[in-house]
Design a protein around this ligand. Structure first.
Ligand code: SF4
Ligand code: SF4
Length: 185
């Protein structure tokens, strides 16, 4: 175990928390910026991926958990493929999203974080997506009337069911209850 690993192990900082939850060696990031340079969504982010890592190393909890970046990340894996330290950045982003929801810190992208909660909530409940359930999401974020036209067309063609089918079961519940893996709180 090198000095950096020892420091992480004994630390109670944001860095040690994210390292433990994601399983990724964030302490190894040396700010080469290859992740940010290749990210297709870097133009829309308020904090670039490499900067997220630096803020985590410095323990800037609120700044990271309230950032737009963690919600804008499209999980495309480009950054992870480019990282010379083999850090799975995607896993770190997932961890930060989960921590952001649990912390109650105001999200930098309210609609996306709400969509995330609705989507996972529906999966947890029914085991699959259920389109009418998203009407509730649209009611909260606006745009319900905008979706009514095409929803009706899909319904009339038999593409949308009013009653959800349930495909959940024990295995799905186990996935949701496993710490740090898709918890919906
Ligand atoms: S996984 Fe996220 S952070 Fe990484 S390159 Fe794709 S959008 Fe950017
Ligand atoms: S590519 Fe890897 S080492 Fe380089 S800044 Fe991004 S996370 Fe850090």
């Amino acid at each position: 175990m090198d000095v950096r690993d020892q420091a992480i192990k004994t630390s109670t900082s944001l860095l040690s928390e994210v390292v433990q939850k994601s399983g990724e060696r964030i302490q190894n990031c040396f700010q080469c910026q290859k992740c940010s340079a290749g990210c297709p969504l870097n133009f829309a982010m308020d904090i670039l991926p490499n900067q997220i890592f630096r803020h985590v190393q410095y323990g800037h909890r609120e700044k990271v958990l309230s950032s737009k970046t963690i919600w804008l990340c499209a999980s495309c894996h480009t950054c992870s493929a480019r990282c010379p330290n083999n850090i799975d950045i995607l896993k770190v982003m997932d961890t930060l999203r989960s921590m952001s929801l649990q912390s109650g810190v105001a999200s930098g992208e309210k609609d996306i974080s709400m969509f995330h909660q609705f989507f996972l909530g529906l999966i947890k409940l029914t085991g699959r997506t259920w389109e009418p359930g998203f009407g509730l999401y649209k009611m909260k974020t606006g745009g319900l009337f905008g979706m009514m036209g095409w929803s009706l067309k899909l319904f009339l063609r038999g593409k949308i069911g009013i009653i959800p089918t349930f495909n959940g079961g024990k295995e799905l519940r186990r996935l949701f209850n496993e710490p740090g893996k898709g918890e919906v709180k």
